[in-house]
Design a protein around this ligand. Structure first.
Ligand code: PGA
Length: 226
């Protein structure tokens, strides 16, 4: 199972150092753990977990104020990226067109991509989830070999209200008909509900926000999944 921690805009360089030490000394070597810290906390250090980028701008380098390009990721040895997270879609206004450009740039570089999709509450309540997700997924090459899809219903992100096991299974099975990529679920995953989520056969892992921000909480969640 893949355990990905999205630290979002949390952790300073100093607090992340401590976080990383705790994870590193408590994880098994063969665990598939991926951490997305804020850019300012990156260090070129060998951990038992992999580091990924929450964001990047689709350029090598250049006049893109406030952005991070490939040259900076290369320097840190980062080859795993998140694309399409709902917070970037909604708060930072990243459009389908822009996400396509980011996807193609990352794919051209052979990076591992976690591409996030998910519907809002209104779409979910109107029973239009599958149609909506199919449109989001039509934006990218679903046969790209280093792709992983994260299904994250927006109404479940940061709300403490995860989708039910049945809902997750139904949607992941639907996505599995469209792509052979590994599938993650994200949205209020925690140590209490991970046991049930881990049992879903089409679920290859989880993308965790809130419950990953404390290293011991995240370790506990990983332990509970077994
Ligand atoms: P959450 O966030 O676990 O706090 O719901 C998940 C995410 O945004 O990836």
């Amino acid at each position: 199972m893949i355990f990905a921690a999205n630290l979002k805009c949390n952790h300073t360089r100093e607090s992340f150092r401590e976080y990383a030490e705790i994870l590193n000394s408590n994880l098994d070597q063969n665990e598939n753990v991926l951490v997305f810290p804020p850019f300012s906390a990156y260090e070129k250090t060998d951990y038992k977990f992999k580091l990924g980028a929450q964001n990047f701008y689709p350029c090598e380098s250049g006049a893109f104020t406030g952005e991070i390009g490939k040259a900076m990721l290369d320097e840190l040895g980062i080859r795993t990226v998140l694309i399409g997270h709902s917070e970037r879609r909604e708060i930072l206004n990243e459009s389908e067109e822009f996400l396509k450009v980011k996807f193609e740039f990352a794919a051209k570089n052979g990076w591992d991509i976690i591409y996030c999709v998910g519907e809002n509450l209104a779409t979910n309540e109107a029973n239009k989830t599958k149609e909506f997700l199919k449109n989001q997924l039509n934006n990218i090459d679903l046969s790209y070999e280093n792709l992983c899809i994260a299904y994250e219903p927006i109404w479940a992100i940061g709300t403490g209200k995860s989708a039910s096991g049945e809902q997750i299974e139904e949607i992941l099975n639907f996505i599995a008909n469209l792509t052979k990529a590994p599938l993650l679920y994200g949205g209020s995953v925690n140590a209490k509900n991970i046991g049930q989520i881990a049992k879903i056969s089409s679920c290859n892992g989880v993308l965790v926000g809130t419950a990953s921000w404390d290293a011991y909480n995240f370790l506990n969640l990983i332990k509970e999944a077994k």
